[in-house]
Structures are given as structure tokens and as C-alpha cells.
Design a protein around this ligand. Structure first.
Ligand code: PMP
Length: 435
């Protein structure tokens, strides 16, 4: 058999790029097989190097909320490109994008643009440490905040996919300043603050964890988990960093997840993905007194040659412009319809599963009981997921190649596109059931 072009590219890639990929989960390491190398994408459809077409449920892991090569976004980038690719000097698009994010998200008084979600959380952490004069950061097992040294311990996403505890190459000193708690565990947080409250600079959390699969923040006696984190941190003079790199502008029409607006707010927030419309963008922002600590006015250094890049701000602005209430209704319908179809197919095939959602975000766990923590997320039948994944891929549906990731729909996931997924689901569910 002639090797496919994807196979040839993967072979070449592995010679010059570690594992053949520039981000670990892309290598299909946990599900096996050769990843399709993509040649083009339009709307909800991907085309690989061999000309095979797939319905996309990855959406570049979040940014492509309006679908691929969405015309107004492409036009905005083309127009910006004719006026120069990078200035390394202030330009209007940065101002407009910062204004637009601040307009939509209450707690954002000031914002800085960076080039990835990782840079955003790394910089927010630096500001929090400078503001409090403290070192310790509290994170939750299963939450992923990018590949920041201090935040890799028991992280979700690829760290979960490959069952890694963290990462080699992170110093003991760095790891010592990170405390990892089980997600949702109020007693553990209260106890930690009782013992070490005066050492804690910040608690960082995903507004709704979506990197161990989707785990909606639990409410106890009407108090949401995010609010509980803010209250506990603030009582001890620590800050709350709400990481909305994944949830931001995707989980809800408000642009954020889990801020109820009743007298509390995270101190700092991070964004990425959607606000760059598919180009490399991240952002961190929050209270003016905290953001005022940044250089050159303040003592916290943070910078970037390409930060606020004109193509990236054009793509981000065009994407946000497309995200009106009608767009969120479309996303919500696509998401809900798909969840029902998946549940029906897996139920009919007798496959234990639970589907969890946070706003328009959702994921499918291959286990019966709800997932509230990373430990519970790991206790799922990943082998069943792998069979399900490959059957869908074979049928032309491209799922995230990991049981620990959210599934991403876009406004281009029309009823016709959803029908194509529906047609592939029963056989994939049977494959998941077969042992
Ligand atoms: N925070 C969260 C919640 C994320 O989901 C991600 C990426 N999936 C990041 C941070 C890191 O973003 P990036 O990959 O752009 O560095």
C-alpha cells in the first residue's frame, strides 16, 4: 500500500521535530495511529494532506468559534497584512481590542496583550506575587494553565493525556512554591489558608475546568466555587486569578464563566484562544492598581516583540464582532444537540458515560458517575474512548485525540454538519462497547 501523505509528513516530522509535533497531544500518543496532517479548513470542515474531509470538533482547541477561514476574519487579517505585519510599536488595533474586552468583562479595568495563554498566566502570577510580596500559588489538580513551570504540577490537558505528574526540568524551588489541591475541595482550601495564609500570593483556577474534561464549578448553599475562592483568598490578603483562556468568550455570552456580578470579582483574569481568532494571542488583565505594577510605570517586568501584533488584533476583533447573542444561541443549540446525540448513541450501545457541560462547553467521560475531580476524571475507560475516537476518525469526524479534552463546536456547526456526526455515532458507540 502506498503510504499516505500524512504518514510521509509524520515520518519526516519525527526526524526534525520532537515526536513530530509542536504540541504534545497532536502526536496521537495516547490514542495511537498517525495524525492527519491538515492542508486546509473551512467552516466546520477540515481537509487533510490526502484530501480526506473531516467534521472538526477540535476548533484548534478553542479559537475557531466562528468556524475556520470565516470570511470577515480572513478579510480583516488580509487588510491588516497589506498595512504591515509587525511594528513593535503601538497601533490602534491593540487599543480597540483591549477596550472591547474591558467593555464585555466587568473586572477588567486594564489589559495587556501577549502571545499565548501560557504567557498570560505566567505574567498574571508574576503580578500577583509582586502585589502581595508572597511566593506561594495554589492550583487545582486537573486544571491546566499552560506550560508555566510553577503551574505544571498535576495539570490537565496533555499532562493528563500522558498521565504525567508534572514535568522534568522544573526546579524543586519552583515546585515547593506551588500547592496543588483537589478541585472543589473547600475544606482543604480552608485548612491550607488557616495554616499558610500569609504565604499565599494567589489562588489560580480555570473559571470552569475544561482540561480534565469539563467540570462545572460546584455550588454549595448557593455559593459558587469561584466566589468561595475569591472570598477565602481575599480574607487572607491573597488574590484570585481566574483563567479564562479556554472558557473566555466561548462558554457564555457574557464572555466569562461563573462571575455572578454580586459584589465579588477575580483580581486578575487571563484570556487567549478566541480573542486571537486563530492567531497567537493571550491577554491578562484586572484591577488597575494591580496592572499598574507593570513596567515601565511599575516594577514588574513583562514584554513581547510581537505582543499586540496588528494581524492578531485584527483577527481577534473580527472574531469578537461575530460573537453576538445570535452566535451564542447557535453555539448553544449545536452543543446541546450534539450532547443529546452522543448520549443516545452511547446509551443504545450500552456504553457507560457521563456528559458534563459548562455553558456551551462540554465533554464526554467514559464512566457512569459524575466527575468532580481529576482523580475521578482519570478513573474513566480511556480504552473505550480510544475505540470511539478511531471509529469516528475513520468515519470522518475529528474529535480531540484525548479523553481529557472538551469538544469544541462553532457557529459553522449547522444542523447539516451535526447530521453528519449523527450518522457516524451509532457505529462508533458500538466500537466503544466492543472489548
Ligand atoms: N489556560 C487554559 C485554561 C488553557 O486551556 C490553556 C491552553 N489550552 C492555557 C492556559 C495555555 O494556553 P496556550 O496553549 O495558548 O499557551
Amino acid at each position: 500500500m502506498t503510504p499516505s501523505l500524512s504518514q510521509e509528513l509524520f515520518d519526516r516530522a519525527r526526524r526534525v521535530i520532537p515526536s513530530g509535533v509542536n504540541s504534545p497531544v497532536r502526536a496521537f500518543g495516547s490514542v495511537g495511529g498517525t495524525p492527519p496532517f491538515l492542508a486546509s479548513a473551512k467552516g466546520a470542515l477540515l481537509t487533510d494532506a490526502d484530501g480526506r474531509e473531516y467534521v472538526d470538533l477540535v476548533g484548534s482547541w478553542g479559537p475557531m468559534v466562528l468556524g475556520h477561514a470565516h470570511e470577515p476574519v480572513v478579510a480583516a487579517v488580509q487588510d491588516a497584512a497589506t498595512r504591515g505585519l509587525s511594528f513593535g510599536a503601538p497601533q490602534a488595533g491593540e487599543v480597540t481590542l483591549a477596550e472591547e474586552v474591558a467593555r464585555r468583562i466587568g473586572p477588567i479595568q486594564q489589559l495587556r496583550l501577549v502571545n499565548s495563554g501560557t504567557e498570560a498566566t505566567m505574567s498574571a502570577l508574576r503580578v500577583a506575587r509582586a502585589a502581595t510580596g508572597r511566593d506561594v500559588v495554589v492550583k487545582f489538580a486537573g486544571c491546566y494553565h499552560g506550560h508555566v513551570d510553577a503551574l505544571l504540577a498535576e495539570a490537565g490537558s496533555g499532562v493528563a493525556t500522558f498521565a504525567m505528574p508534572g514535568s522534568a526540568g522544573v526546579t524543586e524551588g519552583t515546585a515547593r512554591d506551588t500547592v496543588v489541591l483537589p478541585y472543589g475541595d473547600r475544606a482543604a482550601l480552608t485548612e491550607l489558608f488557616a495554616q499558610r495564609g500569609d504565604e499565599i500570593a494567589a489562588v489560580i483556577t480555570e473559571a470552569a475546568p475544561a482540561n480534565m474534561g469539563v467540570v462545572p464549578p460546584p455550588e454549595v448553599d448557593g455559593v459558587g466555587f469561584n466566589r468561595f475562592l475569591a472570598d477565602t483568598a481575599h480574607a487572607a490578603g491573597a488574590l484570585l486569578i481566574s483563567d479564562e483562556v479556554l472558557t473566555g468568550f466561548r462558554a457564555s455570552a457574557q464572555g466569562h464563566y461563573g462571575i455572578d456580578g454580586e459584589g465579588w470579582a477575580p483580581d486578575l483574569m487571563t484570556f487567549g484562544k478566541v480573542i486571537g481568532g486563530g492567531l497567537p494571542v493571550g491577554a491578562f488583565g484586572g484591577r488597575e492598581d494591580l496592572m499598574g505594577l507593570l513596567a515601565p510605570a511599575g516594577p514588574v517586568y513583562q514584554a513581547g516583540t510581537l505582543s499586540g501584533n496588528p494581524l492578531a488584533t485584527a483577527a481577534g476583533l473580527a472574531t469578537l464582532a461575530g460573537l453576538d447573542d445570535a452566535a451564542y444561541r447557535t453555539l448553544d443549540t449545536a452543543s446541546s444537540t450534539l450532547q443529546q446525540l452522543v448520549a443516545d448513541a452511547l446509551t443504545a450501545a450500552g456504553v457507560p458515560h457521563v456528559i458534563q457541560r459548562a455553558g456551551t462547553l462540554f465533554s464526554v467521560f467514559f464512566r457512569e458517575e459524575p466527575v468532580r475531580t481529576y482523580a475521578e476524571a482519570k478513573a474513566q475507560d480511556t480504552a473505550a474512548f480510544t475505540r470511539f475516537f478511531h471509529a469516528l476518525l475513520e468515519a470522518g469526524v475529528y474529535l480531540p485525540p484525548s479523553a481529557f479534552e472538551a469538544w469544541f463546536v462553532s457557529t459553522a456547526h449547522t444542523p447539516e454538519i451535526i447530521d453528519r456526526i449523527a450518522a457516524a455515532l451509532p457505529a462508533a458507540a458500538k466500537a466503544a462497547a466492543a472489548r
